[in-house]
Ligand binder design. Sequence first.
Ligand SMILES: Cc1cc2nc3c(=O)[nH]c(=O)nc-3n(C[C@H](O)[C@H](O)[C@H](O)COP(=O)(O)OP(=O)(O)OC[C@H]3O[C@@H](n4cnc5c(N)ncnc54)[C@H](O)[C@@H]3O)c2cc1C
Length: 393
Amino acid sequence: MDLTLSPAQLELQARARRYVTDVLQPLEVEFERAGGTLAPEIGRGLRKAAIAANLHGGSFPSELGGQGWSALDQVLVHEQLGQVTGGLWSYIPGPYNALIHCDPDQRRRYFDPSMRGERSGSYAVTEDGAGSDPRTLASTAIRDASTGEYVLNGEKWFVTGPDDTDFMIFHCNVVDGERRLPTLFLVDYDLPGVTKKHDPDYMHTFADRHPQFLLEDVRVPATAVLGTVGAADELTNEWFVEERIHIGARCSGAMERLLELAVGWATERVQFGQRIYDFQGVSFPLADSAADASAARLLTREAAWLVDAGEDPKVVHAKASLAKLFASEAAFRCADRVVQVFGGRGYMREFAAERFFRELRVDRIWEGTSEIQRLIIARALEKRGVGRVVGQG
Ligand SMILES: Cc1cc2nc3c(=O)[nH]c(=O)nc-3n(C[C@H](O)[C@H](O)[C@H](O)COP(=O)(O)OP(=O)(O)OC[C@H]3O[C@@H](n4cnc5c(N)ncnc54)[C@H](O)[C@@H]3O)c2cc1C
C-alpha cells in the first residue's frame, strides 16, 4: 500500500482546508446560537464559494460537471470537512452517488441542478419499523395498469437534507404479484400525497434537518424509477460503503481539530502554578486521543486506497465498516476527553469541544450502527478470512 500524496492531492487538501477555515469555521458560533439556521443568502454564498473552489460533486467525472476525485481524494477532502461543526459542509453541492444512474431527462431535472447547488435531494430508506434491518421495509410501489404510473405509499424517517431540499430518493418495494422488487424512485416533495409529517429537533445543531415524510397514493410516471426496477439494494449499498468511508474521514478530521484545540489550551492554561498540560491526568488522555486519531486516519485511507486499487467489493465493504466503527467510536472518546481538558469551558456551546461532543454521537448510529458494523466485520472474518479483513485485502 502506498499512501504517498501526490502534489495534486496536497493542493486539493490545502484547498479544502482553506474553505473550512476561511469560509465555514467563522460561521460556527453564530450558526449554533441561531439554532442551526443561516440566512438563505449566506447559504447561497457557501454553495457559490464551494463551486468557486472546485469542491462540488467531487466523486463524479468531469464530463458530468464533477471533479473526478479518486476515493482517496474524497477522503482527503472529508478529513478537512470533519474539522467544522454544525455539519456546515453539507452546503457543498453534490448529488448522491446513486444519481449517477439518472437517465438524460432525470439528469437535466435532478442531477445537473444538484451539481449547481440549485436543488438538494435526500435519500429515504429508514422507516418506523425498519432501521438496521431494511429487509422489512414496508413502503410500496404498485403499477397502475391503466395509466402505467406507479402509486407510492410509505412513511420514511430521518429524511436528511438542508432546509431547501425538494426531492427524495425513495427506497421501496415494487409489488409484482408475490414478488417484492426493491426499487428507487425520484419523488418531488411538492407532489400531491407527499407530506412532511414531523420535523423533530435532534441532539446536534446541524445544517441538515431530518424530518419524517408520509407518502399516500403518490402517483409518479414510470420514468421516476432511478436505475432499474429491483436494483435498489445494490445502489443503496454503494451509498452506504462510500458514506461509511467518508464518516471515517470526517471523524479523523474532527479528532485532529479537537487535539489542536486541546493542546493549545492545555499548554497555556495555568492552575496550581503550572501548565495543566504538565499534569499527566491532562496530557495522557490527549496522547491516547492522538493514537486514536492516527489509527482512524490510517484505517480510513487504507479503505479508500483499496477502493482505488479495485479490491473485491466484499472486502472493501468490511474495510469500510472497520474504518467507520473505529473512527466513530474513537472520535466520541476523543471529544469526551477534550471536553474534560477544557473543564467548564468544555461545556459551553461556543467552544467547539462541546459541539463536537454532541455532533459526533450520531456517527455511531447513522449509516449502520456500531453493532451493525460489528456484524458485517464478524461475517467477513468468517467468509473472507481473517487475513483479508485484517491484512491488506
Ligand atoms: C440524525 C440522523 C440522520 C439520519 N439520516 C438518514 C437518512 O438520510 N436516510 C435514511 O434512510 N436513514 C437515516 N437515518 C437512520 C439511521 O440510518 C438509523 O437510525 C440507523 O440505521 C438505526 O436504525 P434505527 O434507528 O431504526 O435503530 P434500530 O435498528 O431499531 O436499532 C436499535 C438498537 O438495536 C441495535 N441492533 C439492531 N439490530 C441489531 C443486531 N442484529 N445486533 C446487535 N444490535 C442490533 C442497534 O445497533 C441499536 O443500538 C438517520 C438517523 C439519524 C439519527
